[in-house]
Design a binder for this molecule. Structure first.
Ligand SMILES: Cc1cc2nc3c(=O)[nH]c(=O)nc-3n(C[C@H](O)[C@H](O)[C@H](O)COP(=O)(O)OP(=O)(O)OC[C@H]3O[C@@H](n4cnc5c(N)ncnc54)[C@H](O)[C@@H]3O)c2cc1C
Length: 194
């Protein structure tokens, strides 16, 4: 594949592997543009700040300081919670790994694990197969169940990560304080109560 970098430099490669995250530019080039979220808040930085501020209780004593800091920050991270579902992780000689193809969203967790496992499988397959077509097909086959199982966790994970009632918040905090069962594993640090 003939690649032209932003700098203007040109190189040729047998395969291109995109690991450039949730909003992957490589994915856009190989598979087309991603769906834009249908929210006004993505119009401008000011609209984003207003949305975040409007969702927090004004009268809480904890809220005004972080909201004021957010309004002044010039590096506010704001994104929609997304998963990536593609019918296949490769197109021709281009393959994707990590969030670029298997994003699970932070509601399920596991994104780093899925990314690392995917990269490991993808790195191993070309050496074990006759050509890249077989290698990418095997990568797809080996990853599919694992990815879908982890992406499905987001359905139940949502209420655990962002509880919407006091009862759910207490249950989440209690679960976080419970030490892991595996011997030798370190206990999770206590979850701060807001
Ligand atoms: C708020 C939040 C909480 C999370 N919590 C967890 C958690 O508890 N557990 C968990 O396992 N996962 C969690 N995740 C998910 C986890 O962060 C991702 O699944 C993981 O980082 C994906 O790794 P990646 O290497 O595919 O992508 P990324 O970590 O996004 O890395 C992509 C890299 O590509 C670079 N890049 C992008 N475009 C270009 C370009 N054009 N040229 C060059 N470089 C480029 C980016 O700068 C970035 O360094 C969370 C994510 C978020 C947003």
């Amino acid at each position: 594949m003939d690649i032209i970098f932003d700098s203007g430099a040109r190189r040729s490669f047998d395969l291109v592997i995109g690991t450039d995250g949730l909003h992957s530019h490589t994915r856009r080039l190989a598979f087309g543009p991603e769906e834009k979220p249908p929210y006004d808040a993505f119009r401008s930085p000011e609209a984003r700040r207003e949305l975040v501020a409007s969702r927090l209780p004004e009268r809480s004593r904890h809220v005004p300081r972080p909201v004021a800091a957010m309004r002044e920050a010039d590096d506010l991270f704001f994104d929609v919670v997304s998963q990536i579902h593609l019918p296949t992780g490769s197109s021709g000689r281009v393959a994707l790994a990590g969030d670029a193809v298997h994003a699970t969203s932070f509601l399920s967790g596991q994104g780093s694990s899925v990314s690392l496992v995917g990269a490991y499988v993808l790195a191993g397959e070309p050496a074990a197969r006759a050509d890249h077509t077989e290698a990418f097909a095997a990568y797809e086959r080996l990853m599919r169940d694992f990815v879908e199982t982890n992406q499905a966790l987001a359905t139940t994970g949502g209420t655990f990560v962002t509880p919407t009632t006091h009862e759910a918040l207490d249950a989440r905090n209690a679960a976080r304080r419970t030490p892991p069962r595996s011997p030798g594993a370190r206990a999770a640090p206590p979850t701060p109560v807001w």
